[in-house]
Design a protein around this ligand. Structure first.
Ligand SMILES: Cc1cc2nc3c(=O)[nH]c(=O)nc-3n(C[C@H](O)[C@H](O)[C@H](O)COP(=O)(O)OP(=O)(O)OC[C@H]3O[C@@H](n4cnc5c(N)ncnc54)[C@H](O)[C@@H]3O)c2cc1C
Length: 245
């Protein structure tokens, strides 16, 4: 339950407030405003001007409070990333949910987290100084700190495929494949666990199907068996590769 609300006008002010105990950044508030028994203070980020999408050379820099819908409607958003974003949340939530909040709150079924991991996105975390870490380092630990930006490669080919109970449901298995002009390929398998899994990061895309299988050895849960996920992940990975040709 939110018991104290702050709306700082500067980043410094926000960081000072966030240094207080039991105080969290507020993005779109779609999760933080859900009722909980514990009191929490929040620092609303909406006045900090972190809601811009900027193309910088070969990078696309997304401010932490850019909403899912804002990115989906951006001319810079790859088609396959749009598909992943649509699957992340319905329109009303996409209009509020932010880049940073979605990444912090998402689990292994999050299509957005899978896409960002495949694209090897970088996160700028602000403390006493700014540090930049890969999504791959961030997701397993989810370290505390204020995320101010997420940077994606702008010229990378990207494919996303999934299977789910209904077309709009979160995936039971998903595959996200990014391919750089150099030939580098990163494959992520999602749909289970606490975070999507990096299945492959290689200099070429050969072997995506066996990498996809290997990522699912311990993927059994209430939704599907590991064997089912191994078969489906291999098929989805091959479909991703086909669609990038
Ligand atoms: C009806 C409903 C259904 C939902 N269904 C799902 C679902 O199926 N799967 C799912 O994963 N989520 C679901 N959610 C949760 C939520 O919508 C998403 O996770 C959402 O994308 C969170 O984004 P937000 O900006 O609203 O985050 P907030 O609610 O503002 O914050 C979420 C978390 O991120 C942290 N955070 C926010 N911004 C920053 C920042 N800049 N730096 C560091 N930390 C930050 C917050 O402190 C908090 O811990 C649902 C919510 C609702 C209301």
């Amino acid at each position: 339950m939110i018991t104290t609300y702050h709306r700082p006008q500067t980043l410094d002010e926000a960081l000072t407030l966030l240094a207080q105990p039991n105080t969290l950044p507020l993005g779109g508030g779609t999760l933080l405003s859900c009722p909980t028994p514990d009191p929490v203070s929040v620092v609303d980020l909406q006045a900090l001007g972190l809601n811009t999408i900027t193309r910088k050379g070969n990078d696309l820099e997304l401010g932490a409070t850019v909403t899912l819908q804002q990115l989906l409607e951006s001319e810079h958003c790859p088609e396959a990333l749009k598909a992943a974003i649509k699957l992340e949340a319905p329109l009303n939530l996409r209009n509020s949910a932010t880049m940073a909040g979605t990444l912090v709150a998402g689990d292994g079924r999050s299509p957005f987290a899978a896409a960002l991991l495949a694209l090897d996105a970088k996160i700028t975390v602000q403390g006493s100084s700014a540090s930049v870490i890969g999504v791959g380092e961030f997701l397993p630990l989810r370290p505390q700190g204020l995320i101010t930006a997420i940077t994606l490669p702008a010229q990378t080919k990207f494919a996303f495929e999934y299977t789910s109970r209904t077309p709009a449901d979160k995936p039971i298995v998903s595959a996200a494949l990014a391919q750089w002009p150099s030939g580098r390929a990163r494959l992520v398998i999602g749909g289970f666990g606490k975070s999507p899994s990096l299945a492959m990061d290689g200099t070429e895309s050969a072997g995506v199907d066996s990498a996809a299988r290997n990522a699912c050895h311990e993927a059994a849960d209430d939704f599907a068996s590991a064997d089912y996920r191994m078969d489906v992940a291999a098929t989805l990975a091959k479909r991703c590769l086909e669609s990038l040709k």
